[in-house]
Ligand binder design. Structure first.
Ligand SMILES: [Zn+2]
Ligand SMILES: [Zn+2]
Length: 818
């Protein structure tokens, strides 16, 4: 008979000496099927003992032959379950009393405090995991006792971070404690051979959560109108008829409607006050996604992974006409944006909804405008009542708010744009360990915060724009919860320089000597460097909307020589006024006037590029000026001339806005980045690589000027060339493509100059403008061609969602004196 490798030899040779060992396993080891895995492993090795969750780690006590114990210690790492992340296995000596021979191996549910051993610095919470294939098969199997049960899960899938009250991860410390297990579930839970062995959210139709349905035309306080399958039916009927359903998802309510119905999507836009920002669609599986857009291998991996983010796919790459069965999406879904956000079901409930409705669904966050996503049933019915026609809820509480994540593939690498459900709060490494626990409070828009201790950073989930009392309250609540669960009590706070950010105000609760201010764009650059483990000096290129510089002006087109602790500004984009301040952010046409009338005068040689001289007589900017309401241009010219309410900024984001307005693509915007997205969409499939004149996507004119220590990109020749092109009736798409190519060429020139002067090759690229895929891919390719080593954010967003992680990395580096 074949002798199994993991069995100790029973006959051959001398009997191995019996030993006992206590092992602590650190990392993401709770809520990922780790104890069942240890049970299988130890039983297979013939060991006696037990495994339990203890605080944030797993503790194994085992006794048996020495070689079997050694194999156990090795395999705890090498054979760990797919969603586990083992960072360390420490042997802490023999347990007392040692497990007695022949007593077998068991999983201990009670998480008694272990005697001895060190408390881990950071307790790691597992993220929520999308329904696994085995559970999906049961969901669709009429013979299974969980057939069509919307809450089935196992050790490999289901809710985690969203239902956890505290660690160790056991059912009694999750919102599942409200559902005592039935006899069948209890048997599966206790059976080492069952795939639900110690699956904490285990449930079935007899004992688990159930669906509820309310329509919005009854008193919100009234009891549910339907339950279970009837509730699902009601939602399906509503969605099929073009209605909007509020559906309780994993980390919050979602708003759902038929993606093929223009009327339904238009109604959702009107009610949610979201006129133009693209919606994401959910489809049943990868095949269904491929009917909407071409999906490459990396994108397929991202779509089907357990995190299940919304994946931004190129909407221009539609499948060929052979696919006659391709579903039609209403034009209102993307509203002309170049990319389509697609995601696959995250819960059994989503699978059931999609199967019943039969086509793609618009699935978007359950909030209005900038409010936080609703998680409590009563809140949802109050806030979403005016938006939704009915509520498909259930009686399992959501403990923590986790919006859907957004990601995409850039240059072959998965890159997160909004980090929430499925990713957060997975820890990220810090290159320099934090010597004291840190809270990094982030910025203002697309807000996140980060808690860090030692070499570990925990980035909280995206909470939206921190601009109103409800989002501030959501941030503070999430912070208090996560801080308690991961066990980090911050002693030091890192914050932005901007005094008016609500996050900075929050930081002021700490004593002055415990506050570490971090410049906005240094934090961006550091976020990229830190996630790639760059500890030395690097070139930081940050293309962003606006952030406060250390000279009191607004920055956003910056090149630094930096490390994680400090930076020096070595190049920037030219400044232009923001007429009316924040008003110019919402109205790119104003920003265009800012460049026309007030672009920074650099050097003296280039009178042709001086846009300010075009204000009199017939001029190239006539198409823009003619579009504007009578008098607007004159008023703004006066404001700029007299320097009234016209802060200046060296912002790449604002330059993209101005270019979009000059090309007639957007005069006003309704969401951040809309004008830049329109510019990228217009560039479309025009060749952006053309490096010689005459190519469709070739460069426009540009120049660099030296201002003291700084090299400055002067965009006036570029903007003028856009207007010349328009006057010559060059296609707007070609001009948009050339604009992207120009910014790429400028970036390479700036980096080459800095590289030569400072002997650096690593370029850390960050900032919200890098969410422009055409620009990001173009710049990365061109820098690599120039012999430099470009890095982009991947695990945290390049935009302000990644700011808090960068602040934490800077604070940690400064505390260690690096
Ligand atoms: Zn499962
Ligand atoms: Zn049950």
């Amino acid at each position: 008979m074949h002798q199994q490798d993991d069995r100790p030899p029973d006959r051959a040779g001398p009997v191995a000496p019996r030993m006992a060992q206590r092992l602590e396993v650190h990392g993401t080891v709770q809520g990922v099927g780790f104890r069942p895995f240890v049970h299988r492993l130890a039983t297979g090795l013939g060991l006696d003992g037990c495994v339990r969750n203890d605080d944030g780690r797993v503790v194994v006590e085992a006794a048996g032959p020495a070689d079997a114990l050694a194999t156990l210690a090795t395999r705890l790492r090498s054979d760990a379950p797919p969603h586990a992340r083992v960072t360390a296995v420490h042997a802490t000596g023999p347990p007392s009393p040692p497990p007695s021979p022949g007593s077998g191996f068991r999983v201990e549910t009670s998480a008694r405090r272990a005697a001895g051993g060190s408390r881990p610095e950071v307790r790691e919470i597992p993220p929520d995991l999308a329904t696994c294939p085995a559970c999906l098969a049961e969901l669709l199997d009429p013979r299974d006792r969980r057939f069509r049960y919307p809450f089935l899960t196992c050790t490999d899938c289901g809710p985690r971070a969203t239902i956890i009250d505290g660690l160790p991860y056991d059912r009694e410390r999750t919102t599942m404690r409200a559902f005592p297990m039935c006899a069948d579930c209890a048997r599966e839970y206790a059976d080492p051979a069952d795939r639900r062995f110690h699956a904490e959210p285990i449930a079935c139709p007899h004992c688990g959560p159930r669906l509820t349905w309310w329509s919005t035309d009854v008193d919100p306080a009234a009891p549910a109108q339907a339950h279970g399958e009837d509730a699902l039916d009601a939602a399906v009927t509503l969605i099929r008829a073009g209605g909007i359903a509020a559906v309780k998802g994993l980390g919050g309510y979602q708003l759902v409607c038929d993606a093929a119905s223009g009327t339904a999507v238009a109604r959702l836009r009107a009610r949610k006050h979201r006129p133009a920002k693209p919606f994401a669609v959910m489809v049943a599986d990868l095949d269904a996604a491929r009917l909407l857009a071409q999906v490459d291998t990396a994108e397929a991996e991202l779509l089907t992974g357990a995190a299940r983010p919304v994946v931004l796919l190129d909407a221009g790459r539609r499948p060929g006409p052979a696919l006659v069965s391709a579903p039609t999406l209403a034009d209102e879904v993307t509203a002309g944006a170049p990319r389509l956000g697609v995601f696959l079901p995250t819960t059994p409930l989503h699978h059931l909804l999609l199967a019943e409705v039969g086509g793609p669904l618009v699935v978007t966050s359950g909030n209005r405008a900038d409010e936080p996503i609703a998680i409590a049933d009563a809140d949802a019915r109050r806030h979403l009542g005016p938006v939704a026609d009915g509520f498909l809820g259930h009686d399992r509480a959501i403990r923590s708010r986790y919006d859907d994540s957004v990601a995409r593939v850039v240059a072959g690498r998965a890159t997160v744009i909004r980090r929430a459900r499925g990713y957060a709060p997975c820890p990220l490494p810090l290159p320099h360990a934090a010597s004291r626990p840190v809270l990094a409070v982030g910025g203002q828009l697309k807000h996140t915060f980060t808690l860090a201790a030692g070499p570990t950073a925990v980035v909280g989930p995206h909470t939206g724009d921190l601009a109103s009392p409800p989002t501030l309250a959501a941030f503070e609540r999430t912070l208090a919860q996560l801080s308690a669960v991961v066990g980090i009590t911050p002693e030091v706070v890192a914050h932005d320089l901007h005094p008016d950010y609500l996050s900075t105000r929050h930081a002021e609760r700490f004593a002055a000597d415990r506050r570490i201010p971090v410049q906005h764009h240094h934090a961006h650059a550091a976020s990229c460097a830190a996630e790639h483990g760059v500890t030395g000096r690097f070139i930081g290129v940050v293309y962003d909307g606006l952030g406060l510089g250390d000279d009191g002006t607004l920055w956003g087109g910056e090149v630094f020589v930096a490390d994680l602790a400090a930076y020096r500004r070595v190049a920037r984009f030219a400044r232009a006024p923001l007429p009316g301040g924040a008003a110019a952010i919402r109205r790119p046409a104003r920003m265009a006037l800012g460049y026309l009338f007030g672009a920074e005068q650099l050097g003296d040689g280039d009178q042709d590029g001086d846009l300010g001289r075009w204000t009199g007589g017939p001029h190239l900017a006539a198409p823009l000026l003619d579009r504007l309401p009578a008098g607007e241009a004159a008023v703004i010219a006066r404001m700029i001339h007299r320097r009234v309410n016209t802060p200046v900024a060296s912002s790449a984001g604002r330059l993209f806005d101005a270019a979009a307005a000059l090309l007639g693509l957007r005069d006003d915007i309704t969401y951040e980045g809309e004008a830049a997205l329109a510019l990228e969409a217009a560039a479309g499939s025009h060749d952006g690589d053309g490096s010689h004149d005459g190519d469709v996507g070739g460069e426009l004119p540009w120049r660099l000027a030296r201002e003291g220590e700084l090299l400055v990109y002067d965009p006036r020749p570029t903007l003028r060339a856009l207007l010349d092109g328009l006057a010559d009736r060059v296609d707007v798409g070609i001009l948009a493509a050339r604009f992207h190519t120009t910014i790429t060429a400028v970036t390479v020139a700036l980096c080459e100059d800095v590289s030569r002067r400072h002997g650096l090759r690593t370029v850390c690229l960050s900032g919200g403008v890098l969410h422009n895929q055409r620009l990001a891919a173009g710049v990365v390719g061109a820098l690599a061609d120039a012999g430099l080593e470009p890095l982009l954010n991947e695990r945290v967003p390049a935009g302000d969602g990644g700011l808090s992680y960068g602040q934490a990395a800077v604070a940690a580096a400064r505390m260690t004196g690096r």
